[in-house]
Design a protein around this ligand. Structure first.
Ligand code: ZN
Length: 189
């Protein structure tokens, strides 16, 4: 796949709390950094999303059940857990969209209550390539919303990880059914 100026890379929620040692670690989550760093250099448009919660966010629970959408406290605004990992390449002029900022609303998709759609439209983007964390939640919902918005969508398989193997598999099926394609970072030239 040869990149065009109308392609964008979406780096979803690669944050300390979702990496090993964080509050809500995705198994092998830091493994997405290397393939993403390589891609970040190649794309003209790279947009980062971050989970950016107030400390009383509705998804937080002291007894989190995970599958039902209750999670341990994570990615609280202006805390180290919400920061991008040091190893992730983030240019000084990076475009960052913050989601989950409303205490009463969960937001898995980077399109939800953000400017992402307008940002992509203003740059005449047609294809989006998506990587980051986690495949079975925020990457999945972002990819589905991107399809709904009319983009050609690729999830970069080696640049994402799932919270669990089972939900990861289910997510891939749901995405394929929605017309989302999968590729590997090495195929993107
Ligand atoms: Zn969250």
């Amino acid at each position: 796949m040869i990149l065009e100026p109308t392609d964008a890379l979406l780096v979803i929620d690669v944050q300390n709390d979702f990496c090993p040692g964080g509050a809500l670690p995705v198994p092998g989550g830091d493994g997405v950094i290397l393939p993403l760093n390589r891609l970040i250099n190649r794309f003209e448009t790279v947009i980062y999303s971050r989970d950016w919660h107030p400390d009383d966010h509705c998804s937080f629970s002291l007894d989190p059940q995970f599958m039902d959408g209750s999670w341990p406290v994570h990615c609280v605004q202006d805390t180290p857990g919400a920061e991008f990992p040091f190893a992730l390449r983030v240019p000084l002029d990076a475009v960052i969209v913050s989601k989950g900022t409303d205490p009463n609303k969960e937001a898995y998709s980077a399109f939800q209550d953000t400017d992402l759609k307008n940002i992509l439209a203003s740059r005449q983007i047609q294809r989006v390539f998506i990587g980051g964390l986690a495949l079975d939640y925020c990457v999945k919902e972002t990819a589905l919303d991107a399809r709904r918005a009319g983009f050609e969508v690729y999830v970069v398989e080696d640049a994402t990880r799932a919270v669990s193997e089972e939900t990861g598999r289910q997510a891939m099926e749901a995405l394929k059914a929605a017309g989302v394609r999968f590729c590997f970072s090495g195929e993107i030239k």
